[in-house]
Design a protein around this ligand. Structure first.
Ligand code: OGA
Ligand code: NI
Length: 206
């Protein structure tokens, strides 16, 4: 269940500052299970090297990003993954009702950053990806220490917010904000996604 107070706080902060940190979005038990699902998927070859750009402009470049991803949708056999998708759907609909963001859909994937990888400064909403409105990242790193690095640096113009990728934490931010995944010195797990202002099956259209 999503707490109404927390939801209202998220809505206020997203419109005031452009981001919101939601701790304990899922329980520690669920975090453990999702990590297991991700690492099993990784071992069975379901993950692929993440690229940059879309379709014809797609390229692989590990000097820009070093993560491996697996897309998640309703065909996923894991009950917990489906539960997470449901929770994001509820969140998306609530944001819509209150903020009139015109959110129609979302896309999401597991991400694994192997040791000593990063994702250089970028925005999630750009010409080839014009339909991303709100970015969300659920972190799955139990016992993460400061010296493991892997923080998300969110550039807010006058200040930079450094977010630790702590287990159960959901970070929400406006997709046009510049951000960066700093070097992770330890394997880093997350579920990353975007709420879109267009139906997923139509995002290949301008
Ligand atoms: C991304 C991204 C942030 C994070 O995948 O576009 O910026 O903290 N991820 O994993
Ligand atoms: Ni990003």
């Amino acid at each position: 269940m999503i707490s109404i107070e927390k939801l209202n706080l998220a809505i206020d902060q997203l419109s005031d500052t452009g981001y919101f940190i939601w701790d304990d979005f899922i329980s520690k038990e669920d975090v453990g299970e999702l990590v297991l699902i991700a690492s099993q998927g990784n071992q069975s070859g379901d993950f692929k090297k993440a690229g940059i750009g879309k379709q014809a402009l797609f390229q692989l470049d590990k000097s820009i990003r070093g993560d491996y991803i697996q897309w998640l949708d309703r065909s996923n056999p894991n009950e917990l993954v489906l539960q997470f998708l449901d929770k994001i759907e509820v969140l998306k609909n609530s944001l819509n009702e209150t903020c009139y963001l015109g959110l129609k859909d979302f896309e999401t994937h597991f991400a694994i950053y192997p040791e000593n990888t990063f994702y250089k400064k970028h925005v999630d909403r750009f010409q080839q990806n014009a339909h991303r409105v709100i970015s969300f990242v659920l972190y799955l790193n139990e016992n993460w220490q400061e010296d493991h690095g892997g923080e998300l640096a969110l550039y807010l113009g006058d200040k930079t917010e450094i977010v630790q990728p702590l287990a159960g934490r959901l970070l929400l931010f406006r997709s046009e904000l510049e951000h960066e995944v700093l070097m992770a010195y330890k394997k880093r797990y997350s579920v990353t996604g975007w709420m879109l202002d267009k139906d997923m099956s139509l995002t290949f259209l301008p």
